[in-house]
Design a protein around this ligand. Sequence first.
Ligand code: HEM
Length: 207
Amino acid sequence: MAKRRIHSWPVRLTHWINAFAMCCMFMSGWAIYNASPLFAFRFPTQLTVGGWLGGALAWHFAVMWLLVANGLIYVLYGLASRHLKRDLLPVTAKAVKRDLLDALRFRLVHQKGVYNAVQRLMYWLVLAAGVLIVVSGLAIWKPIQLQELVALLGGYDVARYVHFTAMAAIGAFVVVHLALVLLVPKTLLPMITGGLRPMETGKPDHD
Ligand code: HEM
């Protein structure tokens, strides 16, 4: 019988490409923001790439293709292989409430190869924020050619705020995501090697 991995190789590959691309997009995006801030603060220069506005734009517009192509591959693979349905669904309000309360009481049992309801909800929300950041990014990249899209978002200035808000939402996700990996570090190795489902290892399904 073929061994089933906890994370298939396309999910792992797209996950790590996404982590790299997000990092570049954040750092170049912060440099672009610093050239014309929306709020009364700037991001520290040490956290930016590109060196100057032109350089940061070049990074942003180069890596966006990688981010979008990789995201499309992840979604298409997720649909074709049924990964999205099998591993990220269902997400019910009742299960989210139950798992959130258990997590806050440090009572949530980690089952190898199974995402809890809070994780599933967070993954769907970050995917939605990913769509929003790309759509709003397209609007502020080509505001003349895509003026209908700009209008749909409420105008150029609003589209900038939407883009920033989506960035902040993804940033908040990453902070919580990394904190959870630190809290349950045994989830990291399978995201690199693939790991094996409990049925294949003969070990109990949680520890
Ligand atoms: C260095 C940074 C990162 C690390 C160490 C990391 C680590 C992990 C680990 C260990 C898992 C598996 C969790 C489990 O099995 O319970 C996971 C899944 C996931 N991560 Fe990350 N992650 C990182 C960055 C990101 C970023 C930037 C995003 C998106 C903005 C992201 C989105 C996801 C998603 C959507 C999943 C579920 C994948 C699936 O099964 O389809 N991660 N991550």
